[in-house]
Design a protein. Structure first.
Lengths: 791, 170
């Protein structure tokens, strides 16, 4: 039940308040401590020789000259590290039939993409290591490159890797039955082939790791720019055979993550081994060129889809064929198949139709691995669905907003399920659409659009409703056999001075995790926010937990903090009651004071209770238990996922001579459940939208037929900059989940989920008078001019 | 590679003499030799703006200048601008508006904003967005940053001085 929360007029009522982030101040004054910034005594630096070929056999490695270079301490090959590190395979048990070749930190015989790290050099400085890399001689024998998704699936096709039987990593089918007959009998059928450009996270701080093996203690400490320190503690322990308690992973300030920094990277695994071999701290920071050829990419999909609609515009069915290309390995430990799985399961999720068929093929090729990146699969599913809805609306003679009003799942229809098997507790599509239309002045924009068209100005309005999947329960990775926790833990203490320490397993990458946890703890305990110190990102001090991904920070981390704070509050009141010879139920904790619950009169300060507990326990009654520290864990137990929803609107102006699109404005109405801090939620949404607009207009990892990335620098790979981005209006509907007391779900993926879909619909709307259309992102000027037949 | 050169320059008000390898960038010199890690490197090719510092009062990419080229120059980094309280109002406005998330771009953003407000005391939103077009931020979507700079421009025009930033509780 959510009832006790939400009152903002009592002391310490922080849940729902727009408060600033205490930990942002050090970042503003240049005192951030990113892994990039760290130095340790006797620290060495690693650099990697990378494959210039997309697919080749390693014939020989000659490192003699490199070993003699100034400052060089070690040159290590795949064989050297394979002696220390057990290989890994990127599959999940519940993805039946999934396969992937085993992986080692550095390749033993075969390189599988251009840019793959092949040889590691460790030297006193990074510059010396890079100099020595130039002196390593590797003889490669080129092998056929698998780069085309259709050729890759033909019988007898060249294989992307020697360790696999064929290039099909995973296949999945969903079918509710009778689809062909429904399409044959439908009044309208629309269909389209969609192309989505591979893109990548481009965190401003590249991947960074500093491994410190202390042979004297047998202890490995890893400073790692990651979202998921516990996952890496487990992996480093198991793959290098070091007892788990002797592996400490610290994730300090992190310069952006977005899902990219929770995967195993070959260089990162290698750096652990390099530190073991050198018995000294070894640091590796990817430079930007290395990031483009080694960070995971995402969203390389070709989707053929159709939608059947009756004469009145009611959607009857969808039929989808998704082929996604992932690289030569499936990523570890989350795999490269989750994205495609979510694409086919999120299709049509906001709408009430019951008939669905989908085919997913996840295909190996000789490119960088793909895997989870912010809003995994959502932009693909949303773009396909929402574009088909607009096409169907035209055929049915309905305005796009009216088409959605007709087909969205009614707000009073919950709980219900999607035809793909997702169970929805409570969503608010209709209220969101109504609010969006009001925020946009939708009817006014349509009138303006018509008037401007008469003057040769082509503006477009695009809508895109979405469902976001968040807060996975153990029914996902746990059942899949991956040691990725669905629960989180917090250790909460009253300090001897009556302040509060919260050590919690969710992590911070700037989204405000520590801030909201501090709000919740202060609110539920009854102390000022300034008295709560939140500590995250260190496996040695915080309890084991899933950490921050899939919007878990608020939904699971927040509930963990809430339950922990309530338990600690009970302990405090029980102890205070013993001291005061009162009944705990007659007392309350407000603003750092134990008060009479009815009158509010002060009885004793929290600091005084703490002083007695820590320093004068001799004065306590013999049966009093001074438990001022508690550890509490929470795992989702109700619905397997917490679904959120929302809708976005995009307004663009298209220059039909140049193909340039100006994004005039963008709107989002989203329902993340209980809002803990509106300031942070709004900025999560805005940042997410801009990542989605980047994919819509700019971002694409462009490969040639030989598997070479041709735009792998920040000068050539376009990211959205301030001048191209619009102001973004954000509105909210709040439907708290009843699975938790807090009621929060998640908001990190919402912006990215539907921004590209809304933009694609807006551009198509602008082009409608010319009978032109586009079904590919990014919508570059050249592609738009082609769609007009101008070039 | 050639022998280190003796270089004298002023960093955050302090004149220093150091032996510097000719190939070392100003960004690496500030970060490694002086421990001024508030200056970040995001692309090392002058595109992302994370390494902006003030060189004789003008924003420059510290990744595109060799440290030896800064001989005789006056460099200000985010650490120095914090101590001199020159950007206190910007820091405060960024904090209140939540105009940063991971914070990696933030020192560069502050330098770009300071440079803009020196040139154009009352910029329009479009001018602010234009001035930030060499500063990449992956987290915020830029709007909050534009808001914060707009707020500071208005306050500076009204002659409002901000109280010191770092010592106040959040």
């Amino acid at each position: 039940m959510n009832a006790p929360l939400g009152s903002l007029d009592r002391p310490n009522s922080y849940i729902g308040r727009a408060v600033t982030r205490p930990n942002a101040k050090r970042l503003l004054v240049g005192r951030g401590r990113y892994v990039t910034d760290l130095t340790l005594p006797r620290m060495l630096h690693a650099a990697f020789l990378r494959s210039p070929y997309a697919h080749a056999r390693i014939a020989s490695i000659d490192a003699e000259a490199a070993r003699a270079m100034p400052g060089v301490r070690l040159v290590a090959t795949g064989a050297d590290l394979a002696k220390l590190c057990a290989p890994w395979v990127g599959t999940l048990d519940h993805f039946t039939g999934m396969k992937s070749a085993p992986q080692w930190p550095l390749p033993l015989e075969e390189v599988l993409w251009s840019g793959q790290a092949v040889v590691a050099v460790v030297a006193d400085t990074r510059a010396q290591a890079e100099d020595a890399v130039e002196a390593v001689l590797v003889a490669f024998e080129e092998l056929p490159v698998v780069a085309d998704i259709d050729a890759a699936r033909e019988a007898g096709a060249n294989r992307a890797a020697a360790g696999i039987e064929d290039n099909l990593c995973f296949r999945s089918r969903l079918d509710t039955g009778g689809i062909d007959a429904i399409f044959a009998g439908a009044a309208h059928v629309v269909e389209e082939e969609f192309h989505f450009g591979r893109h990548t996270a481009v965190t401003l701080e590249p991947r960074a790791i500093l491994a410190d093996w202390d042979a004297s203690e047998g202890k490995l400490t890893v400073h790692h720019a990651t979202q998921t320190p516990y996952q890496f503690q487990d992996l480093y322990s198991r793959h290098y055979g070091i007892p788990e308690a002797s592996v400490r992973v610290i994730a300090p300030d992190i310069g952006g993550s977005f899902g990219m920094k929770l995967h195993v990277y070959h260089e990162d695994m290698a750096v652990i081994g390099l530190s073991l071999l050198c018995r000294r701290p070894v640091k590796y920071v990817a430079d930007r060129m290395e990031s483009f050829v080694s960070d995971i990419h995402a969203r390389d999909h070709r989707v053929r889809a159709r939608m059947a609609v009756d004469a009145g515009g009611t959607i009857l069915a969808m039929d989808v064929d998704d082929v996604t290309a992932i690289g030569a390995f499936s990523a570890y430990p989350r795999t490269s198949a989750v994205e495609g799985n979510q694409v086919i399961r999120l299709m049509g999720a906001p709408y009430g139709f019951r008939n669905y068929r989908a085919e997913l093929a996840v295909v190996f090729q000789n490119k960088v691995q793909t895997s989870q990146y912010r809003a995994v699969g959502h932009p693909i599913a949303c773009t396909v669905t929402e574009r088909l809805i607009d096409m169907a609306a035209v055929r049915a003679g309905l305005d796009p907003a009216a088409m959605r009003e007709k087909n969205l799942i009614p707000d009073d229809a919950y709980p219900c399920s999607s035809p793909t098997g997702y169970r929805f507790e409570a969503l608010s599509h209709q209220a969101s659409l109504a609010k969006l239309k009001a925020l946009m002045d939708y009817d006014g924009l349509r009138a303006e659009q018509a008037a401007l068209r008469a003057r040769g100005v082509y503006r477009g309005i695009g809508l895109a409703a979405f469902v976001e999947i968040s807060n996975p329960s153990p029914a996902f990775y746990g059942i899949g056999g991956a040691r990725i926790s669905a629960q989180d833990g917090a250790t909460l203490s009253i300090t001897p001075s009556g302040e509060v320490r919260c050590l919690i397993s969710v992590t911070e990458q700037g989204q405000g995790t520590e801030t909201i946890i501090g709000q919740i703890v202060a609110d539920q305990l009854g102390v000022a926010r300034e008295k709560v110190r939140v500590v995250t990102g260190d496996t040695e001090t915080t309890p084991h937990g899933g950490a921050t991904w899939a919007c878990r920070g608020a939904g699971i981390g927040g509930e963990t903090a809430l339950q922990a704070a309530r338990r600690l509050r009970d302990n405090v009141l029980a102890l205070a009651a013993a001291i005061l010879q009162a009944r705990p139920g007659d007392l309350d904790l407000r603003d750092g004071l134990i008060v009479d619950a009815l009158s509010g009169a002060e009885r004793i300060r929290l600091a005084e209770v703490a002083r007695i507990a820590y320093f004068r326990s001799d004065t306590l009654p013999p049966d009093a238990s001074a438990q001022l520290s508690i550890t509490h864990h929470y795992a989702p137990q109700g619905y397997p996922f917490a679904f959120t929803n929302g809708i976005q609107g995009c307004h663009v102006e298209l220059d039909v001579e140049t193909g340039l699109v100006k994004i005039l404005k963008h709107w989002v109405v989203e329902d993340c459940g209980r809002i803990i801090n509106p300031l942070l939620v709004d900025e999560q949404v805005r940042g997410g939208v801009v990542q989605g607009l980047g994919a819509a207009f700019f971002e694409e990892c462009r490969y040639d037929a030989g598997g070479q990335l041709t735009n792998g620098s920040l000068a050539d790979y376009l990211v959205p900059m301030a001048g191209e981005m619009p102001d973004i209006v954000v509105g909210h509907i709040e439907t708290p989940t009843a699975d938790t007391a807090l009621g929060a779900k998640g908001c990190g993926e919402a912006g990215t989920a539907a921004a590209a879909a809304a933009a694609l619909n807006a551009v198509n709307d602008a082009m409608a008078p010319f009978g032109a259309s586009i079904a590919q992102i990014p919508m570059t000027p050249a592609r738009l001019l082609k769609s007009f037949g101008k070039i | 590679m050639s022998a280190p050169l003796h270089v004298t320059l002023t960093v955050n008000g302090e004149t220093l003499s150091r032996l510097i390898e000719p190939r070392e960038t100003l960004a690496d010199f500030l970060r490694r030799d002086l421990g001024l890690t508030g200056t970040h490197t995001g692309c090392e090719m002058g595109v992302c703006g994370a390494c902006l510092v003030l060189l004789d009062g003008v924003p420059v990419h510290a990744c595109l200048i060799f440290a030896v080229q800064a001989a005789g120059a006056n460099i200000a980094t985010v650490e120095g601008l914090t101590e001199s309280a020159a950007v206190t109002d910007l820091q405060r406005a960024f904090h209140e508006r939540n105009a940063l998330q991971c914070g990696f771009c933030t020192p560069g953003m502050l330098i770009a904003a300071q440079g803009l407000l020196d040139r154009t005391p009352m910029p329009s939103r479009a001018e602010i967005r234009d001035a930030l077009s060499g500063n990449y931020c992956r987290c915020t979507g830029y709007e909050a940053i534009v808001d914060a700079i707009e707020t500071v421009a208005r306050k500076r025009a009204a002659g409002e001085a901000a109280p010191r930033f770092a010592e106040e509780p959040a």
